[in-house]
Design a protein around this ligand. Structure first.
Ligand code: ZN
Length: 326
């Protein structure tokens, strides 16, 4: 980077922003699980390993879910086995129950992720269980993980609103996070499953959790359903949050949430963080190349924007065909 540009960025890094952020890539799990067409195992592993090669420090690689529930991820163990561990990237997997926890432990995941919805209706629809039953089940998962020496993160879906119940109370989110802490989990992820988060809600949730469960690392997982995904990230950064989840190309969507669209896009997120002088350790150019290849792989246009426009300082030759620009 040009020295002058670096100085400008340093001078204007927004107040409260962290110097460095850990981006967690969830595309191979949250994105691929929503794809109807079978993605061959070798292709999945290749994408995971290219993401690791681009410097992504943590990935949600897959989900040890029943193959009947999510046929696309029936190769969870194989994809984990093929993942490149040489660069020290943290490889996690979603674990819905005790059976999944056993399989994830056998696959030597670096962390297990359990999930429950903040709203009762969404949890029933998503996993056919009440929230209380889901939380009860986490005790067994945590025991299996403890035995294997593997940490557990808890994720709260519909943490900013529910497509069936509208607003979700902050207290519901705080209460679940409190249970995570009591069960010995190391982090809490707030999932904006259907893109209902707004910057004030992000501020509200982050402050409530920092006060109630100060020992849990807070991660934010936004969807760009209503076009404010990165604005919500900005609100989280202002609160000093240092862990954000995103999917390459903006893959994803929840099959059980009407109108839900993709996760915020990893390249767009890294672009924003780079521009604000926040380090990620991720190579944006490499990420753009991966996003374009993922688009080809799944055969439809992805919502990512930087993958289409390129980095800000990418220049075109002067003799390139000019289009009518407004
Ligand atoms: Zn998601």
């Amino acid at each position: 980077m040009h020295d002058g540009a670096a100085a400008t960025i340093g001078r204007y890094r927004p107040t409260g922003f962290p110097d460095r952020v850990r981006v967690i890539e969830v595309g191979p799990r949250d994105g691929f699980q929503a794809e109807a067409g079978w993605i061959p195992t070798a292709r999945k592993t290749a994408i995971v390993n290219r993401l690791i090669g681009a410097g992504v420090p943590q990935l949600e690689v897959t989900s040890f879910v029943s193959p009947r529930a999510v046929p696309q991820l029936r190769d969870a163990a194989e994809v984990m086995a093929g993942a490149d561990r040489s660069r020290g990237a943290r490889l996690t997997a979603l674990v819905p129950n005790a059976r999944g926890a056993e399989a994830a432990a056998a696959a030597r995941v670096d962390a297990m992720v359990v999930f429950v919805s903040a709203s009762e209706s969404h949890n029933l629809k998503n996993v056919n269980r009440s929230r209380a039953d889901s939380l009860d089940g986490f005790e067994t998962v945590c025991a299996i993980a403890r035995e294997a020496g593997i940490p557990v993160h808890g994720a709260i879906a519909t943490a900013f609103g529910c497509p069936f119940e509208a607003d979700v109370a902050t207290e519901a989110v705080v209460e679940i996070a409190g249970t995570f802490a009591r069960l010995g989990m190391i982090g809490v992820t707030l999932g904006d499953t259907t893109g209902m988060a707004t910057p004030p809600l992000v501020t509200d949730r982050c402050r409530a959790l920092k006060a109630a469960v100060p020992d849990l690392e807070i991660s934010l997982h936004f969807h760009n359903t209503r076009g404010v995904g990165l604005v919500n990230v900005y609100a989280g950064l202002t609160e000093g949050i240092t862990t954000f989840e995103s999917a390459v190309g903006g893959l994803g969507g929840c099959p059980f949430a009407p109108g839900a669209t993709g996760n915020i896009c990893t390249e767009d997120l890294v672009y924003l963080l780079d521009a604000c002088g926040v380090e990620t350790g991720i190579d944006l150019d490499a990420l753009i190349g991966i996003a374009r290849d993922v688009e080809t792989l799944i055969g439809r246009t992805l919502p990512g924007q930087v993958m289409k426009a390129g980095p800000r300082l990418a220049t075109s030759p002067l003799d390139a065909v000019a289009t009518a620009c407004g």
